[in-house]
Design a protein around this ligand. Sequence first.
Ligand code: GLN
Length: 535
Amino acid sequence: MSSSRRIPRYIFVTGGVVSSLGKGIISSSIGRLLQSCGYSVTIQKFDPYINIDPGTLNPYEHGECYVTEDGVETDLDLGHYERFTGIRTTVHNSVTTGKVYQVVIEKERRGDYLGKTIQVVPHITNEIKDRIKANAAGGEFDFIITEIGGTIGDIESAPFLEAIRQLRWELGGNAICIHLTYVPYLKAAGELKTKPTQHSVKELQSLGIQPDILILRTERHLGKEILQKVAAFCNVGPDCVVQSEDLPSIYEVPLNMHKQGLDRSILARFGMENSEGHEQSLQQWEEFVRKEKELKSTVKVGLVGKYDLQDAYKSIRESLHIAGIHAGKKVEIQFVNSEHIDASNVQEMLTGYDGIVICPGFGSRGIDGKIEAVHYARTHNIPTFGICLGMQMMVIEFARNVLGLNGAHSSEIDPATPYNVIDLMESQKALKRLGGTMRLGAYACDLLPGSRVRAIYGKDTIRERHRHRYEFNNAYKERYEQAGMRCTGRNPENDLVEIVEIPDLKWFIGTQFHPEYSSTVLSPHPLFMDFINVL
Ligand code: GLN
């Protein structure tokens, strides 16, 4: 493709029948397929809830909070987008109803609407349309994929669907809608049922949106007749109904979609062809999936955290799996609830793991168990990876048990601690509030020559994403260094400690940042690679 300004084509991805069908994986797979045809893509998520962003949502509500390089707290689907496509998302890739209303209300207060009554149509829908088009401003994308959160028929998604209806009209041949539905299997009847799909499409049509392509999620293989029946009932071409069967791995989804010609069907709807000179073919992806099927050995990793939920530590789990596949190892991850760990059972709870990850988090729940786990791992030389709060726990444990600072803590958990080895920066203390005071997004970090992390990354300076308020207290740095815990990564602008490691141990590294956010399928993160390699 030429590097000149591109005409953006829009793909809207909606979901029907039930939630949790994996729209994020489907959107990411479409992105990856279009890249393999030589096109540049971005993927954005529009969520109908009223929170401004998921930053304040409990992971039990919404899974992990994913952070972009430019410091936006977003939905975990953006993690899938980045991992599948290698693109970097920004503030433009994550929009919620709350954000849209906030902007419209600010404009109203400024008097931008010239005395008009502000209404959902056209003010909210216009703002949504502007937001959908925001990623086109730079002219760098051939395709802008927009995933709409929620399920067709939800009250709160109505303004988003109306915006899509209008945009499809305005953009003519440059916009299509892909609708993901579910085909249940009724065991008693021994039948696969297409009726919910027909109803869901009817609902979309009643909103003025005719889907161009249907993707049917199913637990059982759908025969040709079923696909043809759906096509006939739903006004779509027979080559525009594909199925998304349950597969052993989410990474097989793009290949399965490709096998059914989804990429060709999408391009055909736009009157486009597979571009010449394929910038990134599917070859590397196929290689990755092939490797995943031929893993030779298994390693067991204990995820020490407080949320017993697959999605809560999504990016960490995926980073471990991806690194494992590249290293030829199957990574078996088991959740270890830190709330249940104490000195009497820590040995039992951590037995059998080749390595442990001490997870990020906020607040005091499960903190003592994390410190106990770090203590056991450090004194038994178990490879340990501390991430954000996990790194802070490494620092606290070392203070208490090596430096002899009894009661050392983070001032987040114990504001009256005699040794505040983890503390707020002075500038943060002055703010006296929680909202909007986190260090978010990518910051530079210099790596100490001769350190393990310097060797792992193979460069002097890195950039990694942050999401935290508390920091290593530099007043204690000398003592740590002398006792064997080294501060090997430092922020060049404000001298904050970003990485600690104990070089004498097999693998004991803590990062104040979140390396899991920047791991991708084709470019596994060096720290996760090295961690898996030593197991
Ligand atoms: N609660 C800690 C802080 O705010 C760590 C945050 C995290 O693990 N993301 O500094």
